[in-house]
Design a protein around this ligand. Structure first.
Ligand code: ADP
Ligand code: MG
Length: 290
């Protein structure tokens, strides 16, 4: 399913002029099926407000633009949000805080029961097993444990299993790597990459971390003051260091290195992934040696 937002605006506390906050102002953005799409921007730039529109958690206001996701028209009063939510899974920051059931099995099954009243116990069992194994946990060993006895990393995985259990086509994650140590972050990103390869067609990742975006995303958008400032491949959006700096944003470490090397005459024109950068650098060194 392709996502297309057109001129999307959103105001918090619209009824009060003094308190009104224009969180989004005319956001037009297309996210293609198959994208691993990054959303970056300073705190308060509208990222969370934007992604909460994508499964109808925030409804589109009157004369506030539109969103189409596949066949779903989210501005239409008759839009079937329940079925949309099974197809657009949403993972919030610190998702483990939303765990609540007595067993891992029941926690993961909850979403499925909720979306699908007539589903058989047998089907639930096999779908819960599928999603727990997809997030890299051993189903038989973990199914009867309380979510609260798990480690932090395991909890986060179980929370994600509870979202992918409906087999969504689109998975939206709002700052999902927050609070993880570097190793935890790396493992988490490799989990997302695996899911993107084999299970979820489109991933949308809200992130503060430019290295995560350059390493994983096919395309990304920079939000600022409720608007989309630029959209493109990581290579394209990270090309203007000064602009990013003026927004209080970093660039990926590979982009810094490319810039520094340019000043000494080494031109590495990579895709800004670490492997891509190293390849480009070694190629340049080989040329200099010749
Ligand atoms: P981000 O996720 O990029 O940090 P948000 O979408 O959370 O940005 O916020 C965009 C703007 O809307 C900010 O100015 C923020 O203070 C404001 N905002 C967010 N949530 C609410 C809310 N529930 N009530 C009022 N204002 C809000
Ligand atoms: Mg946010």
């Amino acid at each position: 399913m392709r996502i297309e937002t057109e001129n999307l605006s959103y105001v918090y506390s619209q009824s009060s002029k003094a308190l009104a906050v224009h969180a989004l102002s005319g956001v037009s953005l297309t996210i293609e099926e198959g994208d691993f799409f990054g959303i970056i921007g300073h705190t308060g730039s509208g990222k969370s407000t934007f992604v909460q529109h994508l499964n109808g958690l925030i409804k589109i206001g009157k004369n506030c633009g539109g969103i189409k996701i596949g066949e779903y028209d989210l501005a239409d009063k008759k839009c079937d949000f329940k079925s949309l939510r099974a197809k657009v899974g949403m993972v919030f920051q610190y998702p483990e805080q939303q765990l609540f059931a007595e067993t891992v099995r029941e926690d993961v099954a909850f979403g499925l029961r909720n979306f699908n009243k007539d589903i058989s116990e047998q089907e639930i069992e096999s779908r819960v097993r599928e999603s727990i194994e997809l997030v890299g946990l051993n189903y038989d060993r973990i199914k009867n444990k309380s979510p609260f006895e798990l480690s932090g990393g395991q909890k986060r995985r179980v929370a994600i299993a509870g979202v992918i259990v409906t087999r969504p086509e689109i998975l939206v994650l709002d700052e999902p790597a927050a609070g993880l140590d570097p190793v935890g972050k790396r493992e988490f990103l490799s989990l997302l990459k695996r899911l993107h390869k084999s299970f979820v067609r489109t991933i949308i990742l809200v992130s503060h971390d430019m290295n995560i975006v350059s390493e994983n995303c096919t395309r990304a958008a920079i939000f600022s003051g409720g608007k989309v400032l630029s959209v493109g491949t990581p290579k394209e959006i990270f090309s203007d260091h000064e602009k990013l700096k003026s927004l209080g944003l970093d660039v990926p470490v590979t982009a810094y290195l490319e810039k520094a090397l340019k000043t000494v005459g080494i031109d590495t024109d990579s895709d800004l992934t670490v492997d891509g950068f190293i390849d480009a650098y070694l190629n340049q060194c080989a040329e200099v040696d010749e």
